[in-house]
Design a protein around this ligand. Sequence first.
Ligand code: GLU
Length: 472
Amino acid sequence: MSARQSPLTFFETVCSNFDKAATYLQHPQGLLDQIKACNSVYHFRFPVQTEDGYEVISAWRAEHSQHKLPTKGGIRYSEEVNEDEVMALAALMTYKCAVVDVPFGGAKGGIKINPKKYTVEELQRITRRYTAELVKKNFIGPGIDVPAPDYGTGAREMAWIVDTYIALNPESLDGSACVTGKPISQGGIRGRKEATGRGVSFGVREACNLAEDMKALGLTKGLEGKRVVVQGLGNVGYHAAKFLQEGGAVIVGLAEYEGAIHNPKGLDVDEVVKHRNSTRSILNFPGATNIPKTLEALELDCDILVPAALENQITGENAPRIKAKIVGEGANGPTTADAEEILLKKGIMVLPDMYLNAGGVTVSYFEWLKNLQHVRMGRMGRRFAERSMGQVIEIIEASTGHSVTDKQRQMLVKGPDEEDLVNSGLEDTMIVAYHEIHEVWKKTKNIDLRTAAFISSIDKIATSYLELGIFP
Ligand code: GLU
């Protein structure tokens, strides 16, 4: 999805948001400079054999901050990948992890390719070679730097990465923790695929549940009935739309590369995906109006706009025409700095990326823990919990003479399995983090939620440096 260039580069935008927040903090300038700097950037090139001969591939891994280890962040495959973007995304990972109390530093990787132009075998070769290059330079490992999926990658690529890493480190008992977002058979965790979108829906719901804030926007409390437009039907956008719909929101617009569709009465997300899969286009969905210029979908009349595609989608050019009351950033960096100023002046609430899309890395953290523990969450306690609850019911039934119905018994006697635990950990994380950010927002005059999230995040990172005694 193309968009007008922002006057600042992506990394500069992240740094300017950092600087804005830093003015509210009392930390020494040297410490703030250290937190802001991108510590290590590795740019490398390698050859790959394709059907047409050899091709030189350009790739990066940036580790923004090692204040906590391992560093963590996805790997994207896109022709747009460049050093500035990788550094910006790595920086966002640092702040994102701190905001949701995930004990990692931030990193990001990228390979400058259009994955659609390669065969599966070629992609496998590229991914394995990329991993081998990272191993050579110590840019990957369970305690060093742990990649994950991002734009253009998924569980399949993570499987190739873990397999390559273990082949090169055969003695590493914890080798499967070198990457997250893996298929379950390779040590992945249930719920990881849906996690970012699910987290977006939890974050939006939490914001909507605060009646006073909704009143200030001219909205009612709660997600029920809120009109939502989602840009991007990839992993994040699809799951965000699906879970928002399940939570009672009405999806009135959906946008993809080829165009967008609009129906004020609501679109069924799964039906739209089925239609797109069978016709290869989102357009011409029964009952919906076509919007051929995809970016125009951002300007539709709605309560909540969720950009869940790429960076720089809401710019100084289109921001004046945004009609949503809430912008929920599912993507990383979808709003340029000049656009944000315009949105805030219009009184729009922006739920910032570093908080709203942190569900992915949160569940990556659970996957990493699972890999280090070598045991599936819930395996040890599920049946025990079920039996204990069964006994409690029996005792209550015997002493009161009342028996519970089969339906009630089924509901009560359910020990948590891996997916239950992952989803409840994710929900708790998103709720707790929102209230932390919200508290900073309310107690600091004239700031927006992004600045509040940065303040909360920078403060946590600064504390971890200060408690090490590095900046006395
Ligand atoms: N790529 C995702 C993000 O930007 C997930 C990162 C991870 O799980 O490490 O947050």
